[in-house]
Design a protein around this ligand. Sequence first.
Ligand SMILES: CC(C)(COP(=O)(O)OP(=O)(O)OC[C@H]1O[C@@H](n2cnc3c(N)ncnc32)[C@H](O)[C@@H]1OP(=O)(O)O)[C@@H](O)C(=O)NCCC(=O)NCCS
Length: 236
Amino acid sequence: MNNQPIETHPSQITIRPFKITDVDDFILWAGDDQVTRNLMWETITSREEALAYIQDVCIPHPWRRSICIDDRSIGFVSIFRESGDDRHRAYLGYAVSREYWNRGVATGAVKLAVNQVFKNYPDLVRLQAYVDVENQASQRVLGKSGFVKEGLLRKYSNVKGQIKDVGLNGEFSATYKAPTEPVLNFREWNGNCKDMRKKHRRQYLCKFHNTPCLVRKNKGADLEHRIQHVRVTNVH
Ligand SMILES: CC(C)(COP(=O)(O)OP(=O)(O)OC[C@H]1O[C@@H](n2cnc3c(N)ncnc32)[C@H](O)[C@@H]1OP(=O)(O)O)[C@@H](O)C(=O)NCCC(=O)NCCS
């Protein structure tokens, strides 16, 4: 008899937001210690807990998707995005029902998630995942999904009371382009500098210095020399 697991065709795998009606499917995998073993959350032990978790955690989550086969929940994939100046970076997490392990489900779902999340957040540049060095299956998932191993963080994660060495893995947006600043043509510009600064309050790429400059008018000079370039680092 051939005991090899049957590969799940990628077209069978979908990801979508969680629904309250996922509760009975959800508990089948979220109630399994083997599935939650490497996760930050505890195994779900009752239907009520499952309902509360879907309602209070999964549904309000900014980007948590149910991994589905035939629209039935068999796992999750989520992205946690940093805020403020670090909004360009997000973390990836996932798990799959034990029944479906080694059929390519996590890899299929991670690929879908990576594709969607870079579209959903055009200013997201980097996705990263921390993986326990002993979690070979998860490292393989990341490798197959295009993540690159970047380093080892020793004694880094505390997972359920155990301090673990973890590998850091990263993937980057293929489409991200840094916003380009408009080029100000100084010779054509004859507006009032004070107004311009108030109105636009942004950096212009100085065509003379090819560097971000705050442009000021310097009274009394001829047109070309009326421009005073002040190098700035942070103008919003
Ligand atoms: C990690 C996990 C999501 C993988 O899901 P999956 O659907 O089985 O993943 P895939 O089938 O897409 O890929 C698994 C790969 O790991 C390989 N693998 C599995 N166990 C392995 C092991 N012990 N050693 C080496 N490779 C292993 C499989 O052979 C497969 O690779 P292949 O396609 O080259 O044969 C799943 O095991 C799981 O839910 N684990 C618990 C939660 C978890 O660890 N989440 C990740 C936290 S970072």
